[in-house]
Write a protein that binds this ligand. Structure first.
Ligand SMILES: [Zn+2]
Length: 257
């Protein structure tokens, strides 16, 4: 039974991951999202179906376009592999818990996909799409409040912390430290995680961001002033806090007692 669920989620992840790649690219290029077959990012030739099979086509074509031999960007493969792996990770996570909550399971599947898109979009284009954040915030709030009975106070306080934290930085620095997109993503994290776990997400994002920044400085790939896509780190923090936030909070509270 479990194996079957993993298989279905793995396949679904492969297909969706492939779709996310083209969605990310098309949205950025202001292409029509619907009703268009996938095309090569270099020569814009339409892909035949057998060149568009997730992962397999990438390996078969050795990461190059059949027509112009332009490289298929490596992040395509990353998204195609990450989506099924994250889906299966969510399933494993909830199947080992004593009580299974279908709403929480589906919420976390949805937001795993969401965080992958946010991660990639900000990494590639240094941009967080506000309308996407508003839609996701409404979904997160709705599921948490109506179906998971998470307290209104925790959610509102989470939104205040997540959004306020970035709004403050944005206002103080007049938009030099962070982009306005981080405010919208902060609000979403609050609505999804509540006030305790949004702190976990922020903390993880800063630790990961600092480590990556330091790594890039040491290897001299970036200068001190160069910008890092903070939404990418927030997506990592948000995903970890979504799945393990309550355990991390419990562990921390036990630590300071
Ligand atoms: Zn091509």
């Amino acid at each position: 039974m479990y194996l079957f669920v993993y298989l279905v989620l793995g396949l679904l992840g492969l297909i969706l991951g492939s779709y996310f790649n083209s969605w990310i690219w098309r949205v950025h290029e202001w292409r029509r999202v619907w009703n268009r077959r996938s095309i090569c990012v270099h020569c814009e030739k339409q892909l035949v179906w057998y060149d568009n099979i997730p992962v397999i086509s990438f390996a078969w074509l050795k990461g190059k376009c059949r027509h112009c031999h332009g490289s298929i960007p490596a992040h395509y493969l990353l998204v195609e592999l990450a989506t099924p792996l994250f889906f299966i990770a969510v399933a494993v996570h909830y199947f080992i818990l004593p009580e299974f909550s279908a709403w929480q399971f589906f919420r976390d599947l949805f937001f795993s996909a969401f965080f992958i898109v946010v991660f990639m979009y900000d990494y590639l284009y240094f941009e967080i799409l506000p309308p996407l954040m508003w839609m996701a915030s409404a979904i997160a709030f709705g599921i948490n409040y109506f179906f998971l009975q998470i307290s209104l106070l925790s959610l509102l306080f989470g939104i205040l912390i997540g959004g306020g934290f970035f709004l403050l930085q944005y206002l103080v620095s007049r938009g030099r430290w962070i982009g306005s997109g981080d405010i919208h993503l902060g609000i979403l994290l609050g609505a999804l995680l509540g006030w305790e776990e949004v702190l976990v997400a922020l903390f993880i994002a800063y630790v990961v961001g600092a480590l990556v920044g330091l790594g890039l400085l040491v290897t001299r790939k970036k200068k001190m002033q160069s910008e890092l896509p903070f939404g990418t780190f927030l997506a990592v923090g948000g995903w970890v806090a979504m799945l393990w936030g309550s355990q991390i909070v419990a562990w921390y509270v036990g630590l300071i007692r």
